[in-house]
Design a protein around this ligand. Structure first.
Ligand code: B12
Ligand code: SF4
Ligand code: SF4
Length: 396
């Protein structure tokens, strides 16, 4: 009886002989890439699971220079995040997949005139990590069924995803630090299956595709791209919206209407525009949420608010940080004469949480509603709120 190829591949090292195993593993690698694509990945590549030593050095250097801005994520343990062998003992390969989240711009939000509206970055209009992980899970299951160890990691502190995709030949590092794929641009999320199967990769890492372009650097509203390929998280709006503490006053105006994430350094990128021309993006899907009614959001109680934005990264899962961000957006986009906005400001100015009062003071002053602030002066006991009040009420 003829043996099927998978039975042969099930022979694990050391019994797997390199001469016959090479062909079978090559076949398996091709099969896994097809399985991943069939499960919804846009592209799949394979990289060796050797430690990412250059990335480890970048993480450590940037952390030492303070550029991580207090982020943990992969910076929490650079040794772990750059060694696939820490995720799967004996790891030999990474099957890396990318999945596009590009959608066409929606029409103006429903009830447009009843704003203010806050903008959500494209990768968070819907949960794009769930279908990514699900597709990678199909690849993992195939490997596990053949007797290999395999684990899915996507947007996880245990692996630097872009470096995995770069090593698998799926894209190049743009000057905005994003990974760009030829013909696709950068609007995709990335994940890997770490496995002990010694799979051969078919592609080499790609060379630079940016050329002389540097449009993303001046497009960043806060100058966070301090050199090509280097981001200072202390200035990056995407991080400041996720960071604990007060929103830095010097970047509040630049935040504009962004409530979660920032897309400016991708919007400015010519390969993204070319990709749209070549392959027009699909329409937004039902449930996609590019806009959020700021006043409506602030009116929710904490539980309802966190239910509304449940998939976002919010420090310690505390609604107060979403309120903080929403108040800055309110200050940038609201109309101080609008009764809904006024009611919202009054409520936030009376909040028990000084973080909320401090940002409400800023928003009220920005909307010209100093009249709401003066009555607070005699009674406000919190030092930070008092500082905000004094700044807001200081003569121009
Ligand atoms: C921490 C983090 C952030 C931080 C810091 C981002 C950063 N640039 O480091 C913050 C919160 C700011 C952030 C923002 C965003 N993020 Co983020 N984030 C991560 C996370 C968790 C770790 C990234 C990391 O380890 N960075 C460490 C540093 C060392 O990496 P790096 O900046 O890429 O450094 C490389 C380059 O500097 C390059 N390099 C070195 N020298 C030079 C020189 C030149 C000339 C060039 C071009 C390059 C270059 O080598 C370095 C690597 O060795 C990953 C998920 C994961 N587990 O990997 C997602 C991830 C990177 N984020 C992602 C996304 C989608 C975003 C946002 C677009 C979301 C948004 N719309 O707001 C923004 C984009 C901002 C930006 N310009 O990067 C995607 C990126 C997909 C892609 N196509 O690249 C990832 C991979 C999540 C995922 N699994 O899909 N993110
Ligand atoms: S995400 Fe926004 S703030 Fe961060 S580097 Fe890109 S453009 Fe700048
Ligand atoms: S804007 Fe230009 S320099 Fe920046 S990532 Fe895109 S192609 Fe590269």
């Amino acid at each position: 009886m003829a043996r099927c190829k998978h039975e042969a591949v099930r022979l694990r090292p050391p019994s797997l002989r390199v001469d016959d195993g090479g062909a079978l593993l090559k076949e398996l690698a091709g099969e896994l890439c097809r399985v991943g694509r069939d499960a919804g990945l846009d592209d799949v590549g394979i990289a060796p699971a050797q430690p990412f030593l250059s990335t480890r050095a970048h993480l450590e250097e940037r952390k030492a220079a303070g550029l991580h801005g207090g982020m943990h994520f992969t910076y929490g343990d650079p040794g772990r995040a750059t060694d696939p062998g820490r995720a799967v003992p004996g790891a030999r390969s990474l099957v890396v997949g990318v999945r596009s989240y590009r959608r066409a711009d929606p029409e103006a939000p429903p009830g447009y005139r009843h704003g203010p509206w806050a903008r959500v970055a494209r990768y968070s209009w819907a949960d794009h990590y769930a279908p990514l992980r699900q597709a990678l899970g199909v690849v993992r299951d195939r490997l596990v069924a053949l007797g290999w160890a395999a684990r899915v990691l996507a947007d996880d502190n245990a692996l630097v995803d872009r470096e995995a995709a770069y090593r698998a030949g799926l894209g190049w590092y743009g000057k905005n630090t994003l990974l760009l794929a030829p013909g696709r641009g950068s609007w995709f999320v990335i994940g890997s299956v770490v496995t002990d199967a010694p799979l051969p990769g078919a592609r080499r890492p790609l060379g630079d595709g940016c050329g002389s372009c540097a449009r993303c650097l001046p497009a960043c509203p806060t100058g966070a791209l301090i050199a090509p390929g280097v981001l200072d998280a202390r200035r990056c709006l995407a991080w400041l919206l996720e960071a604990p503490g007060a929103f830095p006053p010097e970047y509040r105006v630049s935040l504009g209407d962004r409530l979660y994430g920032c897309d400016d350094c991708q919007e400015a990128c010519p390969p993204n525009r070319a990709a749209d021309r070549h392959r027009p993006p699909p329409a937004p899907e039902a449930g996609d949420e590019p806009w959020i009614d700021v006043v409506g959001l602030l009116a929710l109680d904490d539980e309802a608010l966190m239910g509304r934005v449940g998939r976002w990264y919010v420090p310690r899962r505390q609604a107060r940080f979403v309120r903080r961000n929403a108040l800055v957006v309110l200050g940038n986009t609201g109309d101080g004469a609008d009764a809904r906005v006024q009611a919202c400001l009054r409520e936030a100015l009376a909040d028990r949480d000084p973080l909320i009062r401090a940002h409400a003071v800023w928003a009220a002053a920005r909307l010209g509603r100093h009249d709401l602030l003066r009555p607070m002066l005699p009674t406000e006991g919190d030092d930070e709120v008092r500082t905000e009040l004094n700044d807001a009420l200081a003569p121009a």
